[in-house]
Design a protein around this ligand. Structure first.
Ligand code: ZN
Length: 158
């Protein structure tokens, strides 16, 4: 295993051990919220995620993400990394990060040629190796699917 792979693995283990955003939090009453429950039956992972959105229209930002989940360390770590990554970003940024992470997961372990895009992913770039394993890609994408659905349910995208 290369030192980069070891570093990536450590990032995933750290997030699985001390997940960011775990424990559902009520949003302030004047914020939009959306919630979504997603299941990955092939691995047994589950997540219930709540998004807290401040503002409206183009200025709407993700003020907070909280979630409850169970399952493998990849699914839990990915939800944690995603929580850290998207919090404070406007919805256009979040959609872009979601697209870049999906590109990474489709890279079959090769990663991304666009280094700026990879940099923007922060700790989420640690999931590069996961993209070699089709069964684990679903684990890594579970939190992102819950976020996307939560945003749709919040009404903030319309
Ligand atoms: Zn899993």
């Amino acid at each position: 295993m290369s030192s980069l792979e070891q570093m990536y693995q450590q990032v995933i283990l750290d997030h699985a051990k001390r997940p960011h955003g775990r424990g559902l939090v009520d949003a302030p009453g004047d914020h939009r919220t959306g919630e979504s429950h997603q299941v990955n039956p092939t691995c047994g992972d589950e997540i219930t995620l709540r998004v807290d959105i401040q503002g409206d229209g183009a200025g709407a930002t993700v003020a907070g993400v909280s979630w409850e989940g169970q399952g493998c360390s990849i699914s839990q770590a990915s939800a944690s990394v995603m929580t850290e990554l998207v919090t404070g970003h406007d919805l256009a940024d979040v959609a872009r990060l979601d697209a870049v992470f999906h590109d990474l997961m489709a890279s079959r372990g090769k990663g991304l040629d666009d280094e700026d895009a990879l940099d923007a992913l922060g700790d989420a770039s640690a999931f590069t190796g996961v993209s070699q394993y089709p069964a684990r890609i679903k684990c890594a994408l579970l939190g992102w699917a819950a976020l996307k659905d939560s945003l749709a349910r919040s009404g903030a995208l319309s």
